[in-house]
Design a protein. Structure first.
Ligand SMILES: [Zn+2]
Length: 220
């Protein structure tokens, strides 16, 4: 089986999405890539995460041609491919319809740096213009808005996309963005949340580059 480890990572992080409350049923999708071989493992369309096994995960090359798999890949395969092709630093992608991020996406309201944890995604989380799900237009909008530096974007009237060097990192960013989105919604219900300045966010983003990396500890 091609990309066995990556397929297992897709299964594991699909379950993490459910357990973390970032999605329900078959909502959202996720992928990870093997940059050396130019391949991507992506969740299939319409299979609940708790029923997913590694064999169900679809492997395609970065042109989108099927390499191995019996099921249809996620309908959002277009923006996954577009992001890997645009950015060599991306190794994992998580797409969710998590409630608070999607609430802001429906307001077309970007997430400002009202909490330092937004730094995992960048100095803010911008909104990609609306495109019908599963279309080239949506893939184009996501790619354009993600640009060269962002690690998350809201999809207008749809949800959230987070990227990372690998799937755990992309998952972590999706989780932190959902947390900040919730705080932003709640804070606005009481008053006007205060945003951190550009200098402070630059400092936070710099610190996050080495955050959680422990010297002299063997990797898992
Ligand atoms: Zn979606």
């Amino acid at each position: 089986m091609v990309l066995e480890e990556e397929r297992q990572a897709v299964v594991d992080h699909g379950m993490r999405m459910v357990r973390a409350g970032l999605t329900t049923g078959t909502g959202g999708n996720l992928s990870c890539s093997d940059r050396v071989r130019g391949l991507m493992a992506i969740s299939p369309s319409g299979v609940p995460y708790d029923a997913l096994n590694p064999r169900d995960v679809v492997v395609v090359n970065l042109d989108g041609n099927l390499v191995e798999g019996d099921l249809k890949p996620s309908s959002e395969i277009g923006f996954h491919l577009a992001l890997y092709r645009q950015r060599a630093d991306i190794g994992g992608i998580v797409h969710t319809h998590s409630v608070y991020a999607t609430t802001l996406a429906c307001l077309h309201r970007e997430i400002p740096p009202i909490h330092y944890l937004i730094g995992f995604a960048g100095p803010k989380v911008p909104v990609a213009p609306y495109g019908t799900f599963g279309t080239d237009a949506l893939a184009h909008n996501v790619r354009q808005t993600m640009g060269a530096d962002h690690h998350a974007v809201l999809l207008a009237n749809h949800g959230l996309v987070a990227v990372g060097a690998d799937l755990p990192q992309a998952f972590n960013t999706a989780e932190e963005v959902e947390f900040v989105a919730r705080i932003f919604c709640q804070a606005q219900a009481i008053g006007d949340p205060v945003a951190l300045g550009e200098d402070e966010m630059a400092r936070v983003i710099e610190k996050f580059k080495t955050y959680g990396k422990q010297d002299n500890v063997r990797g898992r």
